[in-house]
Design a protein around this ligand. Structure first.
Ligand code: NAD
Length: 426
């Protein structure tokens, strides 16, 4: 099935994720007056790997797939980043996502650089056997880069804990012994962390709560629209409802549903699982993904993919706060329009950091072979999310910049200082 075109239907070259990431970086670099050498180093990934590999399909044919693993920067530690399976995966997207991971880890004080990977494929069109063979071959192809102290993959759009288990097993088979530290987002029984499955959505809920508190908007009764009903959007919708929010709209890749009186996200997710679509959910009106973004609400949580809020639709967004569950959902042009309209944007590298924070907890637990209770994981996540939110909000206020620019300045500064302190080898 071709990927439906979404919101912001009039796209421009500046909506390309890599162009977006570079433009955001240049803004922070200008603010920091970065030296030319450091700027040149940070504006490009340090390693880019493109792999083309065969997979035996169930009908006996062989299909060749293209995958990527891109490491943006290693100044602060081994690289960390998710793995995306989607027909839209392309090098410019993976590059941007890798750069954003560098800033996200630095902003949240995690001892990692940023990376991202992906395979251009439609996972829902593959049988389980095909998906497993594709995953094991892709894991083998990128294994030159991957390792517990080099580069540690995790799930992203189109991948899950089962695929991480195949990655871990493949890597372990090559070395001859079990190496759980090689990926995060694994099943708990294989060394995954309690709370990891919900961590990104939980972080989005915390970021929304903190933003509402700062704006003086009561969370109880706040109308929330969520784009994307996967790991991030589905969990965020459930947890925000538990905080008293009214979830007025949800969507998946095909379409959305709207009920101004409120949806029960648990029931919506069960319907999606059983029917394979949101359509036909009782009591809700159908809306397109583009319409969903412009619905009346207090909080908009884009939690699907990048490039959704663009100059084409930013003028019609009705929310007071946009909390970025997805990576890169708002283009730089849209950022300016939203800022001029006094709409607060909680940027991706802050709002969706819960996933990589608990991935870090998972890695630490695996390294020590000592595991924490879910309450401990959630309490530590809560503490770090609130602390990081406060820091970014205060810094941005003092510098009179948006929360995105403030967060990027903070993050780029940390990485630039690490690069300068380590020095240039040899
Ligand atoms: P997922 O695959 O679990 O869910 C993605 C959701 O978005 C699904 O509902 C899917 O139908 C929908 N979707 C996919 N392609 C779409 C398209 N072209 N248009 C509209 N909707 C589309 O993925 P996820 O893990 O929930 O990730 C969602 C976003 O959050 C991504 O931007 C990802 O990079 C970001 N993110 C994920 C994590 C994590 O821990 N999983 C962490 C940080 C950020």
């Amino acid at each position: 099935m071709p990927t439906p075109k979404l919101a912001g239907t009039e796209t421009s070259p500046s909506d390309d994720p890599w162009t977006m990431a570079l433009s955001q970086f240049e803004q922070a670099a200008d603010h920091l007056s970065l030296s030319r050498g450091v700027r040149e180093l940070l504006r490009r990934p340090c390693r880019e790997f493109t792999v083309r590999f065969p997979v035996k399909m169930d009908d006996g044919s062989v299909q060749v797939f293209t995958g990527y693993r891109i490491l943006h920067n290693t100044a602060l530690g081994p690289t960390k980043g998710g793995t995306r399976y989607s027909p839209g995966v392309r090098v410019s997207e993976v590059r941007a996502l890798a750069m954003w991971m560098t800033w996200k880890c630095a902003l949240n004080h995690l001892p990692y650089g940023g990376a991202k990977g992906g395979v251009t494929c439609e996972p829902s069109a593959l049988s389980e056997g095909e998906l497993e063979r594709l995953s094991r071959r892709y894991a083998t192809e990128i294994s030159l880069l991957v390792g517990p102290h080099q580069d540690i993959p995790a799930p992203d759009v189109g991948t899950d804990d089962e695929i991480m288990a195949w990655f871990m097993d493949t890597y372990s088979m090559h070395l001859g012994y079990a190496i759980p530290t090689t990926v995060t987002g694994k099943p708990v029984m294989l060394g995954g962390s309690a709370g990891r499955l919900e961590a990104t959505g939980r972080g989005v809920m915390i970021a929304t709560r903190e933003a509402a508190r700062r704006l003086g908007v009561p969370l109880s009764g706040a109308r929330v629209t969520v784009q994307g009903s996967g790991n991030v959007g589905g969990v965020a919708a459930r947890l925000l409802r538990a905080q008293g929010c009214t979830i007025v709209a949800m969507s998946d890749v095909r379409s959305g549903i709207y009920n101004p009186r409120g949806l029960d996200p648990g029931a919506v997710l069960r319907h999606l699982r059983d029917a394979g679509t949101l359509q036909g959910f009782p009591g809700a009106d159908p809306v397109s993904n583009a319409e969903l973004l412009e619905l009346p609400c207090d909080v908009l949580v884009p939690a699907a993919i990048e490039g959704q809020i663009t100059r084409a639709n930013a003028g019609r967004i009705k929310a007071q706060v946009v909390v970025e569950g997805a990576n890169g959902p708002t283009t730089p042009e849209a950022d300016e329009i939203l800022a001029a309209r006094n709409i607060l944007v909680v940027p991706d590298i802050l709002a969706n950091a819960g996933g990589v924070i608990v991935s870090y907890f998972e890695w630490v637990q695996d390294l020590q072979a000592y595991f924490w209770a879910e309450e401990e994981v959630n309490a530590n996540l809560e503490r770090l999310m609130v602390r990081n939110f406060e820091r970014v909000a205060e810094f941005s206020r003092s510098q009179r910049v948006s929360m995105r620019t403030g967060a990027l300045i903070f993050a780029v500064k940390r990485v630039a200082e690490a690069v300068e302190t380590r020095g240039v080898y040899p």
